[in-house]
Design a binder for this molecule. Structure first.
Ligand SMILES: Cc1ncc(C[n+]2csc(CCOP(=O)(O)OP(=O)(O)O)c2C)c(N)n1
Length: 698
């Protein structure tokens, strides 16, 4: 396939564009569409969603540079062809062949994706790629690149939160983003006036983004408008929204009956007036670039080429069941290293500050993005205060929108291949970003390992507003400030979840998270930010864990997925406690009290990483003690704690001398603000001690 000549100069655009190659690309898109539509009705595969009416998007891509980034949606077959020249790719994906360049046959057809060609992995969730596109734009700006990103969506997509997030990302930071709304008048059966009120162009301009309406049924008008709008972006004047008016020539997808929701006259009018391929062919003949006979000749040539390609593709291998768990999660291989820096007593907040500075020092592209993080205080908890002082510009305050925050860090990580850090002030507020986080964790699986989303999401979680553990009433986090978080993140396939209990672990694990290629949820417990090592009831510091408050200077890492086993007392352990975060400290206090009064030893398994958790360490501790308690700060609903408990029942049943015990917070929405109710809500050292007493008496 001939590749068009591209230019960014509006005045020379029309002369430099290879008009015939562009037309051929559009014909190839339409013909592929027609072949695959037919194959679907012949029962060759389960689903097809087509591009008919949207082929002029090829002209938009023709006006971009080869290295510009694309975030496409399912109608953009012509954009794929224009960028890659790969006619087999769409056929391979339709027939689910392992040779498929987008996802190795793993996803539905029409989900365009290619790291090599800078095409982000299209999601089925309409609009969901938008916050990532903003992150790509942020990264391009950060690296002072002259490239831009084009993001496309339909008129329905404009209504999504995700699109509105991209709009704000682009507008606030003046990012190099071209937002193209491919308005074909329909979102399945819903007409576009339902999606927004008033004028899209005026709406965009009012929000600080230059916008224009363009007739997408006219390919040359589309190309010329794009070159002009791209010039606007590249000259540093900020993002652009192009409202591209199109017609949808087919039903929404192979699952939709067009006649059930569109009137015959409207379909006929759309077909007669809004077909960009026909219109462009006519224009080429009228302007002497082609003869009438060439139109039919090109159509036949393209069809023959595609049929030959299809026959070859059908000889290629199909996926086999044994690869179903490939590319789910990517935990970094830990490189053994001994911390060499001088050790100093440091609280967890200091350890986190130090880790962020280390990450910034080793990677000039590293930044933390979140609410208030760029203020001299370094966010509401002060976790970025050292970064603010030592690396100005690397802690960047964001608008108040968690989805926007995660999208910036995730998209930037996709460009660089290295984790950038999103800070969510309180884990409760991750909820507006939930879809973006889930998508980030899915990308590697969906694209069969072509893409990954390195990303660290740091967030304050669990009881308390940041006060010391010594007083269970010092919290007062209440609703919106005290959720645990692990019940949300550990259920996401592809996500790493870490919850450190000590400053030493917090620093080493955060530095290791910086090496991960899968997204990491890093849960920082508010009650541990400034806590000291735990003590028993007689005021003695518990030696088994106290050393972890001495944090080495400089860089060191700890392995993700490995628990820490703490032995309280002497001799063989008579009880194992599985805990993480704040509950490790509560369990230490409880265990020390029990050992003080009864002697013997108790094993505490601090999981440190919750997903994937250290099954070996849990099984070994249960085998030795034969009695076990799982302690979690989560509400007693479907929780991570319940998962660990169930895992022990399933895998360690014959090693147990009794039913594994389970301690959690109460199944209420969150801890109330007032002290009596808050104290009743959470488990404490006392609760754990009582349960230990019961088990040891059996
Ligand atoms: C978030 C989300 N909600 C609902 C759907 C189901 N769905 C798939 S396509 C579609 C319509 C999208 O319309 P539009 O953005 O206008 O694009 P068009 O198909 O018209 O090109 C809907 C509702 C989805 N995939 N994602």
């Amino acid at each position: 396939m001939t590749v068009n000549i591209r230019t960014t100069e509006a005045n020379v655009a029309a002369q430099q564009l290879d008009l015939i190659a562009l037309y051929r690309t559009m014909v190839t898109a339409r013909t592929t569409n027609d072949i695959l539509k037919t194959r679907k009705t012949q029962g060759k595969f389960a689903f097809y969603i087509g591009c008919a009416g949207h082929e002029s998007i090829a002209a938009v891509v023709a006006a971009l540079n080869e290295d510009d980034w694309l975030s496409l949606y399912y109608r953009d077959l012509a954009a794929w062809l224009q960028r890659t020249g790969d006619i087999r790719g769409p056929l391979r994906e339709a027939y689910s062949r392992t040779t498929g360049p987008m996802c190795s046959g793993r996803n539905m057809p029409s989900h365009y994706s290619s790291k090599r060609h800078h095409i982000l992995p299209t999601f089925s969730e309409v609009g969901a790629l938008a916050p990532f596109a903003g992150g790509v734009g942020f990264s391009l700006q950060w690296h002072k690149s002259s490239d831009l990103i084009m993001y496309t969506t339909g008129d329905g997509g404009v209504a999504t939160n995700d699109f509105n997030v991209l709009f704000r990302q682009a507008a606030v930071h003046k990012l190099p983003v071209l937002m193209v709304v491919e308005d074909n008048g329909w979102a399945i059966t819903t007409a576009s006036p339902i999606q927004w009120a008033g004028s899209l162009v005026e709406w965009a301009r009012g929000g600080g983004v230059y916008a224009e309406e363009v007739d997408g049924t006219d390919t040359m008008a589309t190309y010329e408008a794009t070159t002009r709008l791209v010039q606007h972006i590249r000259s540093g004047q900020g993002p652009v929204l192009m409202h591209l008016r199109l017609g949808l020539l087919d039903a929404h997808s192979s699952s939709t009956d067009i006649k059930s929701y569109r009137k015959k006259e409207e379909i006929e009018l759309t077909t007669a007036t809004k077909d960009p391929v026909k219109n462009f062919g006519r224009w080429l003949v009228e302007h002497g670039h082609l003869q009438e006979a060439d139109i039919e000749r090109i159509r036949k040539e393209v069809r023959a080429e595609l049929e030959r390609a299809e026959a070859q593709v059908l000889q290629e291998p199909e996926p086999t069941a044994d690869r179903v768990m490939d590319h789910v999660i990517n935990v970094p291989q830990w490189r053994e290293n001994t911390p060499r820096g001088k050790k100093r007593p440091t609280p967890m907040l200091g350890a986190i500050n130090e880790a962020l500075v280390e990450l910034a020092q080793r990677d000039s592209g590293f930044f933390v993005y979140g609410q208030d993080v760029g203020s001299p205080k370094g966010g509401v908890f002060g976790a970025t205060s050292m970064l603010v002082t030592q690396f100005p510009g690397r802690a960047i305050s964001s608008p108040l929108n968690e989805q926007l925050i995660v999208g910036i860090a995730a998209g930037a990580g996709m460009v660089d291949g290295k984790a950038r850090c999103a800070e969510i002030q309180f884990v409760d507020y991750h909820q507006s970003a939930a879809q973006t986080i889930r998508m980030a964790a899915r990308v590697s699986y969906q694209s069969y390992g072509d893409w990954s989303v390195p990303l660290i999401i740091r967030t304050k979680s669990g009881s308390g507003g940041g006060g010391p553990i010594s007083s269970s009433t010092a919290g007062g986090g209440a609703f919106g400030h005290s959720n645990t978080g692990e019940q949300w993140f550990t259920t996401i396939p592809g996500m790493i979840t870490i919850c450190p209990a000590t400053p030493f672990d917090a620093k080493g694990l955060l530095l290791e998270a910086g090496r991960a290629q899968s997204p990491v949820a890093f849960l920082e417990r508010g009650r541990l930010y400034r806590s000291e090592p735990p003590k028993d009831d007689q005021g003695n510091v518990i030696a088994a864990i106290a050393e972890c408050w001495n944090v080495p200077d400089g860089y060191y890492t700890l392995p993700i997925g490995k628990a820490r086993r703490l032995r309280i007392g002497e001799g063989p352990s008579s009880l194992a406690i599985i805990a993480w975060g704040t509950m490790v400290l509560e369990a230490c206090t409880a265990a020390a009290n029990i050992v003080n009064s009864r002697g013997g030893a108790i094993d505490i398994v601090d999981l440190r990483t919750l997903a994937p958790f250290d099954e070996e360490a849990v099984a070994a501790a249960v085998r030795e003690a034969t009695r076990v308690i799982v302690v979690t700060e989560e509400s007693d609903l479907t929780s991570f704690g319940r998962h660990v408990h169930s895992w022990i029942v399933q895998h360690c049943f014959y090693d147990l001398d009794g039913t594994p015990a389970f301690i959690s917070a109460l199944p209420a929405p969150a801890a109330p603000y007032n002290a009596p109710e808050e104290t009743a809500f959470y488990p404490t050292a006392r609760t754990i001690e009582e349960k230990m007493g019961e088990l040891l008496a059996e």
